[in-house]
Write a protein that binds this ligand. Sequence first.
Ligand code: HXC
Length: 291
Amino acid sequence: MAFLCRSAASLLKSSRAAPVLLSGSRLYSSGGQYEYILVEKRGEKSNVGFIQLNRPKALNALCDGLMREVIQALEVFDADADVGAVVITGSERAFAAGADIKEMQNKTFQECYTTKFLAHWCKVADARKPVIAAVNGFALGGGCELAMMCDIIYAGEKAQFGQPEILLGTIPGAGGTQRLTRAVGKSLAMEMVLTGDRINAQEAKQSGLVSKVYPVDQLVSEAIICGEKISANSKLVSAMAKEAVNAAFELSLAEGNRFEKRLFNATFATADRKEGMTAFVEKRKASFQDS
Ligand code: HXC
């Protein structure tokens, strides 16, 4: 336990009890207010979950406690029927400067291997609801990997993405070599992973790592607008769409197409598919019930 950030032990103790949503916009876990993140619901209809990494002195370095809180908040939003999408952001200076190097510095192979060190990070990618990363400033190492675990990445004009682990004598360990390669192709991924060089927001856009670039001060509101658009659709069908797109990274084309077709057919078992098509024919806006 000694390597955990201060709050991690208490969070672990409280992790079995379900988190609760109290009045007001901030979410609380049964273990108390989050220590490393700010959490609330945003958007005109309060239907976009919002997680802000809040460890500014360490440029949002992803200590164990912070990542456990992010995962817990995502689970709370997944269970919240009103929330249709989630935005994760950091500060204007840093989305996140990577895993906490001070926490890792004295670790041994045996500790990492036997405790499955940082294995729980992958739970971010397990969220059922669409997650948008709004990246201002540094997204380095685990910070870049966290952004890539999200479904959509928006970047601020001054964002910088990089996998500098090689400069620390290690390699990416939370999917960086895999997700970055799929996103930007082999040559650029190799260059970034082998040199530690960063790319800027425009290069990230050109290479397909991010879908949109916005002025720094507009980034978060644009990400919320995207979240609101997603939230206006059927949450049930959005989850199916997310699952189908993600399958493209796991399956052959033939298997992926079969998987997609099964989900497409499954939408015909939902009231929302019926409502969506009926609304089109009746020339009105669809009113989805997430059923
Ligand atoms: C711990 C960090 C940190 C990190 C920054 N800080 N990054 N602490 N872990 N990853 C701390 C610094 O120690 C410093 O604290 C404070 O944040 C401000 O950082 P500075 O270096 O003074 O700021 P600046 O000169 O502006 O440089 C910014 C920076 C640099 C370029 C982002 O901080 C940097 O190179 N950080 C490390 C980036 C990195 O290597 N990331 C990959 C980590 S490995 P003090 O207390 O000294 O003021 C990784 C593996 C993932 O992510 C594996 C997942 C399974």
